[in-house]
Design a protein around this ligand. Structure first.
Ligand code: PMP
Length: 425
């Protein structure tokens, strides 16, 4: 039995267990970076949707690789290479279990969600889409789930159909389903909007897409770090996410793909690692996932991602979701009490993202002023320009929550916004 199939047989079903409740003080103790002052004020890190901080176990796991057993993977016969390969494939197994993939071979390591979505558009899209076929998106997609489909459109002549966003920032299943027809080949949707926090009813949409023979590509970037994810229950055929938003390293992410689909797809890039044999006349490929992992992978980052999965699994994703939902409710109440502040995105199903504008001040001014109060938030279009344009704005201020955030930090933000009001009147 190969190392890979052994790994599949022992998939760790993470995310199903976990302690009751989240001990935020204990979590914070694991993040050294949080314990510092910025402009003389305690840091309140509320920019988790852009990227999250890393706990000690992730940093330690990566240091341990470099200090104890670093080597290239899959090729060496020597002991260090075997240890690195075992740790690398164990991480794949952890990721598979975390999102409930049926087998670990369904996890392709990529640089992040962006590369994962480009992989699907380039490989699956180019192979299976013809002129006149349709790709259905929503208006709230991140640019990473728009531009790869535009590239496909320009090359293959497919049509993009875009489901609308309601005034409260929601996307209903029906609005997406109305666009799905016999020519639909791909439905590509976010599970959670990074710009508005909207949770999209993926499961219902996926069932309708499958009924028309389309495949469903889910951008799970803002879901995986914040709620339990089960790709099989969702009906995702492909599911993309990034390590750096889930308390793991940068430069690593994953594409989940149904094994039968990955088998039918052509390689995305060619090179070492992904081949079975090469001659000048013809080359043959390894099976998935290695077929899609050309070149030396991000070995240490993959192992770090595995450690991040372990960390989240131990907290329990249901606990993480409950903590952030409670904090979102509190933050919404605090921000709503500020005159002239408008929250964009009030979908009934919403994740821990607060996007807002203030009558008095431009988003970038707000960002700069709250930074002086030690509060890290984001100001801009959040790589979702069509979603901004839908609300007639070019940018928002965005506070985004994570496992280590507290009520005190929300108060710190609200107080800093009070200063913005004082300055701009
Ligand atoms: N999709 C969504 C919803 C995101 O929030 C992001 C990151 N902002 C991405 C895709 C792209 O992720 P990355 O830059 O890590 O590839």
């Amino acid at each position: 039995m190969s190392a890979m199939s052994e790994a599949s047989d022992t998939l760790a079903r993470h995310g199903e267990t976990g302690a009751v409740g989240l001990d935020v003080a204990r979590v914070r103790a694991d993040f050294p970076v949080l314990h510092q002052r910025v402009h003389g004020k305690p840091l309140a890190y509320l920019d988790n949707a852009a990227s999250s901080q890393k706990p000690k176990p992730v940093v330690d796991a990566m240091t341990a690789v470099y200090e104890q057993y670093y080597s290239n993977v899959h090729r060496g016969v020597h002991q260090l290479s075997q240890r690195s390969t075992d740790a690398f494939e164990a991480a794949r197994n952890k990721v598979a279990g975390f999102i409930n993939a049926a087998r670990s071979e369904e996890i392709v390591f990529t640089r992040g969600a962006t590369e994962a979505l480009n992989l699907v558009a380039s490989s699956y899209g180019r192979r299976f889409c013809q002129e006149g076929d349709e790709v259905v998106l929503t208006h709230l997609e991140h640019h990473s789930n728009i531009v790869p489909w535009q590239l496909l459109r320009d090359e293959k002549g497919v049509q993009l159909k875009v489901a609308p966003i309601g005034d409260d920032g929601s996307v209903t299943a029906q609005d997406v389903i109305d666009l799905i027809g016999p020519r639909t080949k791909i439905v590509a949707i976010s599970q959670v909007s990074n710009a508005l926090g909207t949770v999209v009813p993926v499961q219902e949409i996926a069932a309708a897409a499958h009924a028309q023979g389309a495949v469903v590509v889910v951008d799970g970037c803002q879901a995986v770090p914040h709620q339990p994810v089960d790709v099989q229950a969702l009906g995702a055929d492909f599911y993309a996410f990034s390590g750096h938003k889930m308390y793991g390293p940068t430069g690593i992410g994953a594409l989940y793909g149904r094994y039968d689909l990955l088998t039918e797809m052509p390689p995305y890039q060619g090179g070492g690692e992904m081949i079975a044999s090469v001659t000048f006349e013809q080359s043959t490929w390894k099976k998935p996932p290695h077929k899609f992992e050309a070149g030396t992978p991000a070995i240490v980052e993959v192992i770090g991602l595995g450690a991040a999965v372990d960390y989240l699994a131990e907290l329990g994703m249901a606990n993480v979701a409950a903590h952030e939902a409670e904090l979102l409710a509190y933050a919404t109440q605090r921000l709503d009490a500020i005159e002239g502040l408008r929250i964009h995105g009030r979908a009934p199903e919403k994740a821990g993202i607060l996007s807002f504008t203030m009558d008095q001040a431009h988003a970038h001014d707000v960002g700069t002023i709250v930074d002086r109060a030690g509060v890290a938030i984001r100001a801009g279009h959040h790589c979702a320009q069509p979603a901004m344009e839908r609300f007639g704005i070019s940018s928002t201020v965005r506070a985004s929550l994570g496992i280590y955030n507290t009520h005190e930090e929300i108060d710190q933000l609200a107080d800093a916004l009070g200063v913005v009001k004082e300055i701009f009147g």
